[in-house]
Design a binder for this molecule. Structure first.
Ligand SMILES: *Cc1c(COP(=O)(O)O)cnc(C)c1O
Length: 501
């Protein structure tokens, strides 16, 4: 039921303390609307109950294990939220001058430095508002770099077939042709195919490492040599850094540009398409092209004691005047500040040692879960490889034996109290479940998930119809995905009964 359907004409939110504001005073009659806008009219209690009930219908990390591969649906400390929402941060106007925002600029500058350090890059811009926008910024910088050298015959970006869909989409948005290369039986890039695809037409390669198959590309040094020898650049899709934090740096692997999903790895809970922040990092040669604005730190002209914790430094946003070769602004104002502050607090809370532990626990949890599912007889896609932060299990044998697909298992998991893993991505493994337990889950939760998977397998053999009908316990049953995509209808129109109410 929608809040509009709970509406009663004339009902107000403050029945106990009625007050009558007359906002029309002083506004010329010609500018006042003649009829009332169609807004829901409900009491405060009705509104509270309505939205609380809706929130309880949600499947969320706060209520359930949520091992959605490639999405890093981990628990994020409430402290990050609380500090990012301090009134002085919230109240800052985006057009306020740098001089009145030295605190927030100092936080953003430090975050740039932390991300540089974690990734081994020479510079960072925090501006992109999503992973996909970070990719766009990264490939746009590659293009600007080649163009600045009059190296304009490079028309292709190489993308492995395991890549996230945003990678080829980004390359096309930046005006490049996508050259897809296959993955070998071990889950690594097919080096022969890479060599054959690389040439003077290559602008660069987009790579996710660890890949979306959950394995770390061991021959990354060979790969970077093939691309760099051909004059191309390497793009690192760092949407999920959990497995490598504090362990290995994309800069050391030879990458020239990277984006990081701060809303996956650095504390912002996400879902439903936002909000996000896809900071980009670059190697030395791409520094002039970073998207604006970037925060600069100016040391104090005075030397010596008594200058405070930050040594009397001041901070400012760099503009087109400072960086004439920048690819420019990607959005109004200064990025998704709330997300950036959460990431800053999170990074400062963890410190270098804590980041190491994130990587260790993310990897431990993934490998434990992979081993337990393997022991239980499930088909791990790359059993010979150690998992990174995620891994793949194929439901193909179950489907062949019982007719129950990966989707069937996913829907039944909801009845067992688990959000399903990512299904049917990457498409290289048939009937795949991409499972990312994250570092914040306990052994008991992981064991319970293995049990649920075993129960579903037993049900698939004994009573397949039961599994096919799932879910039974959710607010809605199985949805018609095709109808939802083809005939999406998000508008509400008053029916005769609702408007009479
Ligand atoms: C999530 C993700 C992206 C895209 O990030 P958005 O913020 O959703 O645009 C890109 N690549 C990989 C590997 C991802 O997991």
């Amino acid at each position: 039921m929608l809040i509009f359907e709970r509406s009663h004409t004339g009902r107000r939110n403050a029945a106990q303390a009625p007050h009558h504001a007359t906002i029309a005073d002083g506004i010329p009659a010609a500018l006042l609307r003649q009829d009332r806008p169609l807004l829901p009219e409900a009491s405060e209690m009705d509104v509270v109950r309505h939205y609380t009930r809706l929130s309880q219908k949600n499947f969320s990390i706060d209520t359930h294990f949520y091992p959605l591969g490639s999405c890093t649906m981990k628990y994020n400390p409430r402290a990050c939220n609380t500090l990012a929402m301090l009134p002085n941060f919230l109240a800052r106007h985006p057009l306020a001058p740098d001089s009145t925002g030295q605190g927030v600029l100092a936080c953003l500058y430090d975050l740039q430095e932390i991300l540089k350090d974690v990734t081994g890059m020479a510079g960072v811009s925090l501006m992109p508002m999503a992973g996909a926008q970070g990719e766009f910024a990264g490939i746009a910088m590659m293009r600007a770099y080649h163009d600045a050298r009059n190296d304009t015959a490079r028309t292709e970006i190489i993308v492995p077939d395991a890549a996230h869909g945003t990678n080829p989409a980004t390359a096309v948005m930046c005006g490049y042709t996508v050259k897809e290369i296959p993955t070998d039986a071990n889950g690594d890039v097919d080096l022969d195919a890479l060599r054959a695809a690389t040439g003077p037409q290559t602008a660069g390669l987009m790579l996710t490492n660890p890949s979306t198959l959950g394995v770390f590309e061991k021959r990354i040094t060979d790969i970077q040599k093939i691309i760099h020898d051909a004059g191309g650049l390497l793009y690192y899709d760092g949407a999920n850094l959990n497995a490598i934090l504090g362990k290995v740096k994309p800069g050391d692997m030879g990458f020239d540009v990277i984006h990081m999903n701060l809303h996956k790895t650095f504390s912002t809970p996400h879902g439903g398409g936002g909000p996000g922040a896809g900071a980009v990092g670059v190697a030395q040669r791409l520094l002039p092209f970073l998207p604006l604005p970037v925060v600069e730190k100016l040391p104090s002209p005075l030397a010596g004691e008594g200058l405070g914790e930050r040594g009397g430094a001041t901070y400012r946003y760099l503009t087109e005047k400072d960086m004439p070769q920048s690819i420019g602004h990607l959005s109004a104002f200064t990025g998704n500040i709330g997300i950036l502050l959460r990431a800053y607090v999170y990074a400062r809370m963890l410190g270098a040692e804590g980041m190491n532990r994130v990587a260790e626990f993310a990897t431990l949890n993934a490998n434990y879960l992979m081993a337990e599912l393997g022991k239980a007889g499930f088909t791990v896609a790359f059993p010979q490889r150690r998992a990174s932060h995620e891994f793949i299990v194929s439901m193909k044998p179950l489907k062949d034996a019982t007719g129950i697909s990966a989707m069937g298992v996913a829907k039944r998991l909801l009845d067992k109290g688990f959000h399903p893993p990512t299904t049917y991505f990457p498409m290289l493994v048939p009937e795949c479940l991409l499972i990312e337990p994250t570092e914040t889950e306990s052994k008991e939760t992981l064991d319970a998930f293995v049990n649920a998977m075993k129960e579903i397998r037993d049900e698939a053999h004994a009573t397949p119809e039961l599994v096919k009908g799932a879910p039974y316990t959710m607010p809605v049953r199985r949805l018609d995905d095709v109808k939802a995509a083809r005939e999406l209808d998000l508008t509400w129109k008053p029916t005769a009964s609702a408007s009479a109410a």
